[in-house]
Design a protein around this ligand. Structure first.
Ligand code: 5GP
Length: 114
């Protein structure tokens, strides 16, 4: 199986601006930011998309959310607020089939999203 884009970033085969890493996930700046702060929190082990997650993924899925909040505090935008997004499938706007949590912050975000 060939590596996903985010596995290549995990393995430093493709450069990225890392802001956090632990034994289970990485967090780095999105290359095409949709807000002044746009980070991706990505599990080191591939889950293709949330619709394909299984019971045994429960712990890592919770970990990704806790890391997103930890990074928000670490980077100093937690108090102003932020948004977490997981895109799933064509209508969800998913482009990279390796589950990731978008962390968006740094401006007033609109609702509903486009
Ligand atoms: P999706 O649309 O799958 O939810 O999000 C994929 C995200 O990955 C997009 O926001 C896109 O800008 C980001 N992305 C795609 N290629 C790269 C890359 O090579 N480096 C980084 N840092 N982000 C990428």
């Amino acid at each position: 199986m060939s590596k996903t884009l985010f596995e290549k970033i995990r393995d430093r085969e493709i450069p990225a601006a890392f802001v956090y890493e632990d034994d289970r996930c990485i967090c780095f700046k999105d290359i095409g930011p949709q807000a002044p702060v746009h980070l991706l929190v990505v599990p080191k082990t591939v889950i293709v998309r949330i619709n394909e997650a299984v019971e045994s993924d429960e712990s890592i899925l919770g970990h990704l959310l806790l890391v997103a909040a930890k990074v928000a505090r670490q980077e100093g935008f937690a108090e102003d607020g932020f948004r977490l997004v997981i895109n799933n499938g064509p209508h969800g706007g998913e482009a990279v089939p390796h589950l990731h949590v978008h962390v968006l912050a740094g401006r007033q975000l609109e609702w509903p999203p486009g």
